[in-house]
Design a protein around this ligand. Structure first.
Ligand code: C2E
Ligand code: MG
Ligand code: MG
Ligand code: MG
Length: 288
């Protein structure tokens, strides 16, 4: 029972809000043991080159197979893990698994010729950026797996880097100098100054799904077309690659290809899935 702000009356607290709070609380408390027991797993979603339609790599997306609640998506538990700091060991685990998977793909498909080996994209939380072990952990993980830094792309959201000072950018600069790609995730949802891009050690822009969604109608909104065209032109003039998220239809893919986007990701190609699903797609490529 909560005392209302107004005075002496008492009101029942919202039972649904209580249930949500308990679940959040319960999930938060269960996180460390879940990591120890191996309840997390990773799904991989292919990244497809818009020019030749071939799979160039995949993004690693973490899930939690909760013994009572079933499979939980990252939006349910990543914020909780960020809040308690568990994101640091969890993020390190995701990185290690993903890099080892990239190694396994290389063993299956070789070095991919001119396009290079299949690459792996891994999401980083802002808390991981401020953790002093990030650079050394990444170096160690790559070395242990025998994977070159340039097969790895770390995704950081635009909002995490807004107003970032040099201390925050330093580890990203070090990683970029080693050859790791840094992607600005969900680009276009924040308020970053486009000129600011030059300051960031970023080599990939991931255009947010909202842009892709506006390519849904035919003909697409001319203003949105101009905006995407402008972003792509700016990105390319700064030597950045443009990846688009959330491509659900062939028409969207075609529109975004015409606008000059380089790589695409979305349900149109494949939903996130187990690593062997990527095998199938990559093999389909290789065999025609
Ligand atoms: P994100 O990095 O922007 O990942 C893309 C999200 O879009 C994924 O959601 C993916 O399943 C979804 N998606 C892909 N294609 C389509 C499509 O065609 N249509 C629609 N509607 N959605 C699509 P998911 O897997 O639920 O992940 C949500 C967010 O959780 C990610 O957004 C990322 O920010 C975060 N996340 C996932 N894995 C990790 C991780 O290992 N570490 C950290 N720190 N964050 C992670
Ligand atoms: Mg991402
Ligand atoms: Mg994204
Ligand atoms: Mg997104």
């Amino acid at each position: 029972r909560a005392k209302s702000a107004g005075g002496n009356r008492y009101e029942l607290a919202d039972p649904e809000a209580d249930a949500r709070a308990i679940t959040r609380h319960g999930l938060t408390n269960a996180l460390p043991a879940a990591l120890e027991r191996g309840e997390f797993f990773i799904e991989y979603q292919p990244l497809v080159h818009l020019g030749d339609g071939q799979v160039r790599g995949a993004e690693a997306l973490v899930r939690w197979l909760h013994p009572q609640h079933g499979v939980l998506g990252p939006d349910r538990f990543i914020p909780l893990a960020e809040h308690t700091g568990l994101i640091v060991p969890l993020g390190r685990w995701v990185l290690e698994q993903s890099v080892r998977q990239a190694r396994a793909w290389r063993e299956l498909y070789g070095d991919g010729g001119a396009a290079g080996p299949l690459r792996i994209n891994v999401n980083l939380s802002p808390c991981q950026l401020t953790h002093p072990g990030l650079v050394q952990d990444t170096v160690d993980i790559l070395e242990r797996a025998g994977v070159e830094p340039d097969a790895l792309c770390l995704e950081v959201t635009e909002s995490a880097l807004i107003g970032a000072d040099d201390d925050l950018l330093k580890p990203l600069r070090q990683l970029a100098e080693m050859g790791v790609d840094i992607a600005l995730d969900d680009f276009g949802t924040g308020y970053s100054n486009l000129a600011n891009l030059r300051r960031l050690p970023v080599s990939v822009l991931k255009l947010d799904r909202s842009f892709t969604q506006s390519m849904q109608q035919y003909p697409a909104d001319p203003v949105d077309l101009k905006i995407v065209e402008g972003i792509v032109a700016l990105a390319h003039s700064l030597d950045l690659t443009v990846t688009v998220e959330g491509v659900e239809t062939g028409a969207q893919a075609e529109q975004l290809r015409i606008l000059g986007c380089d790589t695409a990701q979305g349900w149109y190609y494949a939903r996130p899935g187990p690593p062997d699903r990527l095998h199938d797609l990559a093999l389909a490529d290789a065999t025609g």
